[in-house]
Structure formats: C-alpha cells, structure tokens
Ligand binder design. Sequence first.
Ligand code: GLC
Length: 462
Amino acid sequence: MPKQTHPDGDGIREQAIDLLFAALAKDERGETCGAVASQGDSGSHYSNVWTRDNVSPMLFFLRYDPAIVGLFLDALIRRQSRSRRTFGLIPIGFSPRYDVVDYGGEEAIGAVHSVDSTLWFIILLGLFVETTADIDWLRARRGAFEAALGLLTGPRFDPLPLMAAPESVTEIDRPAGLYGYPLQLQVLLCLALRWAARLLVRLDLDLELATWCRLEAEAIQSWINRWYWLDHQVVHERERLPGEEHGQDNPNPFNIDYSRIRPAVDRLPPDTGYLGGTLRTRHLDTRLWPFPNCLAATAGILSSPRAEALLSGISDHWEQLIGPMPVAICWPSLSGPDFEILMDGDVLARPGNYHNGAHWPHILWALVSACLANGRGELATDALAVAVHGLPPTWGEHYDHDGSLGMNARTRQTWSIAGYLVADEAVRFGIAEFWQARLSPPGGWLAESSSTASQVVREEGA
Ligand code: GLC
C-alpha cells in the first residue's frame, strides 16, 4: 500500500514544461509539427515525431496552447496515407527534417504497423474541436476526418464489433502475445467511435453514420465488460461452461477454458478485478495491463463499481505495479515457455524488462485520471509523489523494478515528461477542470450539437 506524501513538485513541473517545449520540432516548412520522442537520443528514430508519443503532450497543450495541437493534427493530415491499400491511415510517426513518413514500422525495429495512431488521431481531433469550438477549422479538414473514419467503419473480415489485429499495433510494438482482439485497441476504438459520432453531428454530416458509430461504441463497451473482465465471481460462474460449443447461442463464444484462468484470479484480493489483455479463440490473456484498464476506467467504459475494483486491485498490488516508478506496463511478466513462445524469447523484453513488465512513466497520466475520475484522489497523489521522487533528471523511457533506468531505455523521453505533467495538472486542477483527460465527449455529449441532428441521433440511438 502507498505511504508517501506529496512533495512540492513545482521545480520539477517547471523543468518538465521547459523540456516539453524544447521537444517541439519544426518541419521543413518551418512549422511546429509535434514533439520528438526523446531528446536524449538524437539521430535515431527517437528523433522522429511519433503519433502515440504525442498524445500526452497534446493533452497538456490543449489546456495551455491549443494552436500547437492544431499544428500537430495538420502535420499528421499532411502525411495521412493516400495510397489505395491504406487510404486514410495516420502514420506511426515521421521525421520532421527529412519528411520520412513511417506508415508500417519501417523506421522502427521490425515491420510493426500501428492502428492506434489513427484512433488517437480521431480522439485528439474530437478533443481539439471540443476545446476550440472551431467548427470551420474542422470543416476544412472534413476529408481527412472521413478518410480516417473510413478505416473504422468499412467492411471487415468478421462480424464482431471488436477489431481483430496482429501483434504490435499499439505501443507494445514487439511480440507480447497480444494478437487477436487486443484490449487496448478495443478501448481506443470505442473512444474514437464516440468522438466520431460527435464530430459527424457537429458537422451536420451523415447522421445515420453518427448513430451507427454511437451504437457500435456501446456494443464494444458491452463486449469489453462481458468478455474481458476478470474477477472471482465471473470466473467461478464460467468455470463449468462448455469449451467446445459452437453456434450463436454459445454462452462461451471464444470457448475459453475458465478453469485455466482460475489461478490468475485466485491471486486477486476479493472485490478486485480487471480487464484481460487480449481475447482470441480459447485464449484470454490474464496479465493486467494498467494503461488500457485505466483508460477504460477514466472514460466510463467500466462501470463505477468495476473501476473501483480495478483501482483497489492496483492499490493492493502497489509494490508490483507502482513500486519505485509508476507504472508497470503489465503484471505479472512472462517467463519460461510463455516468454519463449509468446514473446519469441525477445532479449530486450526479458522478465521485468521493456514491454514485459518494466515501469513506464508515460502511463502515469492514465492512472491518475482513472483515480480522480473514480474518487481515489489519494492514490493519484501517491503515484504522482513516486514519480516526482524517481523521474528527474533522467526522465527515462522505462525503468527496472529497482528504479534504475531500463536496458536500452532513452532519456528525456517526451511522453514520460508529458505523462507526469498531465497527471500533475489533473491533480492540481481536478479532473472536472481538466476534463480533457477524461477522453470522452463530455456529459450530455449530444446536447450541445445542432438541434435536429442531435435529436435524430438521440432518438435512433436510444
Ligand atoms: C518504442 C516503444 C513505442 C514508442 C517508441 C517511441 O518503440 O515501444 O511504444 O512509441 O519507442 O518512443
């Protein structure tokens, strides 16, 4: 359980703000185009502007300098794919100086492709328009919005509302056993569809599509709650379900053998639970991945009792999940045959390292937002205090469980800096003030839209 008190973080906040502004890059047109991933590693692909690494920086700038967010979104739009196979795709990142654009992981290690970039793009677009109320700005970028949305609403190879994907489509961009229907992708898809519905209504565009997006987001939310959630009761109830059934009425659609899940749930204190990391035929990943879990708890994808159960579990496993640095990317890490098979024995990701259990400070903003949105302010403050003690002066990309900088980890990593700043803002000003960090369209989210359009969506979506 956490015990620390909140020190005065003002000096650190000033340093972080300076570093964040220093990370902003200009492109060949001389225009700000986003923040580079790290200032401690010039010359590698960490000097590129990565889309996902810019999410927390942009959450910060939304409050203080929204114009920077607009410039970043425009930089992405200029680089949005126009080729037939990937039309509308937002790149993983790009080089500000040479205009090298990374659509499929060519600039990273291994040909990883990113789905999260396009989803974050739609979410940031929604947050930006909500903040500036500049519908004309949005109207001028309608084509880019529709092209990105097309990747979410077009035909796919299966009938589920969930989106199937191979490995490495989010920030876990090396083998981690997260293929199938990875949780993070479903959470981001749900949020992107909520925002897309709102933007379509704001633009008085395709109201039928807006209704579809909203209903689809609700369907994803319900699948997440039904099939990813793990706690004693759920597993106990499902242990006797048949695992070899088929057909539409199958009460166990993925044919999961819940007796194999039991040991993972047995280590949970009563009244706690969490969402598993991925789902696929016969498999539910039982590692706890705090980032997507906290996003779900922040954005109301999880009901309040479940969000409370999640945060109680995090508090009960404080030593493993927070320890010397918030937040472990997953717990427990994989070892033995699981590590060899699911993570391909990745030398960078040995147990406790990198995507296999290292502590990644960028997750702090999501954890703090989840705590504040669900009445656990004391946990938020304690987690922030750990970061204040542990982060400067390295602002590392990830840390080992003893608090030392992780193997191959970069320093002055932008999303570690911004993750801290957004968390600090939320604690200082309260989640309601800093509502952007809630990530979802604000309460009564169709009410302010143009009257007939919102009426149609409200009635059809009811
Ligand atoms: C690493 C991380 C990835 C991040 C990138 C840039 O490849 O795995 O999540 O976006 O570095 O910081």
